[in-house]
Design a protein around this ligand. Structure first.
Ligand code: THU
Length: 161
């Protein structure tokens, strides 16, 4: 049976010192943003900071709710803020970091499925790929050039036409 194979590529760095000053700045900011998360239910604090195509910086943190499904991830808070402040402006690079309830944060986390789908639509409507920097408060850093690489065979609104 004929098949297909999908591969994703990403860069792996051992420490923040190996990043460019611009990327290191975004990652430091995302790490610091975890302090602004509202996560009393999961105690899992996520912070994100992005540089937009217009040069502006926007941050987001996860915002939870006693009605659990009302909670929203840091990445989507950031995209909503960016879209509200600068409609139609793409995101160039987004750094994402976290702190778990045990204070451990020594490897990258990867965005959840809903955020991946939201990245995809944000990219399509702004015409700009979102580059991702993923890391804990320490440890390895993953950089992927295009957030959509995390969502192979994605659902696309074009398919509804
Ligand atoms: N969370 C994020 O903010 N981003 C992610 O990429 C993964 C999960 C949040 C949602 C929830 O507030 C908490 O982390 C635990 O899932």
């Amino acid at each position: 049976m004929p098949g297909k194979r999908i591969e994703i590529n990403f860069e792996v760095y051992d420490s923040i010192g190996e990043l460019s000053p611009e990327d290191a700045f975004l990652l430091e900011s995302a790490r610091a943003q975890t302090a602004n998360a509202y996560a009393p239910y999961s105690n899992f604090c996520v912070g994100a900071t992005a540089r937009l195509v217009n040069g502006e910086l926007v941050s987001g943190t996860n915002q939870e709710n006693a009605s659990f499904p009302a909670g929203i991830c840091a990445e989507r808070v950031l995209m909503s803020t960016a879209s509200g402040l600068y409609p139609g402006v793409g995101i160039k690079t987004m750094a994402i970091s976290y702190l778990n309830k045990n204070g451990h944060s020594d490897h990258p986390i990867s965005p959840c499925g809903i955020c991946r789908q939201s990245f995809a639509e944000f990219q399509i409507r702004t015409g700009q790929s979102i580059r991702l920097i993923l890391s804990g408060q320490s440890g390895q850093i993953f950089i992927m050039q295009d957030a959509v690489d995390l969502l192979p065979l994605m659902f696309n609104a074009e398919d509804m036409k």
